[in-house]
Design a protein around this ligand. Structure first.
Ligand code: SF4
Ligand code: SF4
Ligand code: SF4
Ligand code: FES
Length: 354
């Protein structure tokens, strides 16, 4: 740990910790847009600037590390600069809401009382249409912070997205799937990670295009476990309060098993939950050979009677239990417990292991 000064107070932090994190632990929250704790320091948008005594100009808190004896000021000139930078970003931010996702730039502008002083006449960018059905990108909402590009490079370890045209004369800076192809023709696995880290909602769920601003904030988050494989990623089902239907799936970086990352199934394949063909009540086959709805007590009693009869007539090893990695580890543990102790069979297996 080293000591440094924060707005006139002596504080301490591990040497080398990013300032933005050290400051937050001391209750001083510096706004960020391009920063993501999961990604390498970038320092692109500059809205996190703070003053560092002795430095010729303000420094980005997300890309500056704690050193012993440094003196940091987060108010005064840095605050003014932050407001001006926010206004500059707003000048080219022509669509604040492509698909109902949270917009950190708009929230920051409201917090700082910043408004676009004018709109650049040539700010409108050429729309981007991609033939994938899950993710859309609106260049008019993009602030070119490169969080999406860095996520796909640093977390997904692929080069599906590029930031192109920056600084090139006559070119329009924008995010594009690499080589100007569709997302579907790159290494992209449609995991939606780039969408989840985008601070302005410029990358959004296509099926929510046109959703009202702030739609995501109005959804009820129900924490759950993805049932598609044994990794057991933690997810939030975002449920519409009135219809009780799932509008989207998100995940939080604080979730231990997956740190907010998901694959295409966990993030986008949730429509089965409301599919009309889905079984919603137990069915028991009657004398007529057809399946008939019944209540859980009856179904469980009949299943237990059937198992008991087979075990009695043919021995316990005549019964086997097939489980699934789509269940949680805890549920699989209970199933093998049921097999070995209640049914007294060691024939227990998972369908995913074969
Ligand atoms: S969806 Fe996933 S793999 Fe595809 S570009 Fe985004 S982060 Fe990369
Ligand atoms: S799409 Fe989003 S994350 Fe990517 S550069 Fe634009 S604003 Fe940043
Ligand atoms: S999100 Fe993907 S990796 Fe995670 S549990 Fe679901 S299917 Fe498995
Ligand atoms: S958040 Fe620090 S420079 Fe963008």
């Amino acid at each position: 740990m080293v000591e440094f000064t924060l707005d006139g107070q002596a504080v301490s932090a591990p040497e080398g910790e990013l300032l933005v994190h050290a400051l937050a632990r001391h209750g001083t929250f510096v706004p960020t847009l391009c920063h993501d704790a999961k990604l390498d320091p970038y320092g692109g948008c500059r809205v996190c600037v703070v003053e560092l005594e002795g430095a010729p100009r303000p420094v980005p808190a997300c890309a500056t590390r704690v050193t012993a004896g440094m003196s940091i000021s987060t108010n005064g000139r840095a605050g003014e600069l932050r407001r001006t930078l926010t206004e500059m970003l707003l000048v080219e931010h022509l669509n604040a809401n492509p698909g109902g996702r949270p917009n950190e730039l708009v929230s920051l502008a409201q917090e700082l009382g910043a408004e676009a002083p004018f709109v650049l006449p040539d700010a409108k960018r050429e729309p981007y249409d991609d033939r994938n059905k899950l993710m859309g990108y609106d260049p008019d909402a993009c602030i070119l912070c490169a969080r999406c590009v860095r996520y796909t490079q640093e977390v997904m370890m692929c080069s599906a997205l590029s930031l192109e045209g920056r600084g090139a004369e006559g070119a329009e800076a924008r995010i594009v799937p690499t080589w100007d192809r569709s997302w579907l023709d790159t290494e992209c696995e449609l995991c939606g990670g780039c969408l989840s880290v985008c601070p302005t909602g410029a990358i959004y769920e296509k099926f929510l295009e046109g959703a009202p601003a702030g739609q995501e904030q109005g959804l009820e988050k129900v924490k759950s476990t993805c049932t598609f494989c044994g990794v057991g990623c933690q997810i939030d089902l975002n449920v519409e309060p009135e219809t009780k239907r799932i509008a989207k799936v998100t995940s939080d970086p604080s979730y231990v098993s997956n740190e907010g990352d998901l694959c295409v199934k966990g993030r986008f394949a949730f429509n089965f939950v409301h599919h009309p063909d889905r079984l919603t009540e137990p069915l028991v086959r009657g004398e007529d050979g057809e399946l008939h709805p019944t209540d859980w007590d009856t179904a469980l009693r009949l299943a237990a009677e059937g198992l008991r009869r087979v075990m009695h007539e043919h021995g316990t090893q005549s019964v086997g239990v097939l489980s699934s990695a789509r269940l949680t580890n805890e549920e699989n543990f209970l199933i093998q417990k049921l097999a070995r102790t209640a049914l007294r069979t060691n024939s227990v297996h998972s369908c995913e292991a074969t």
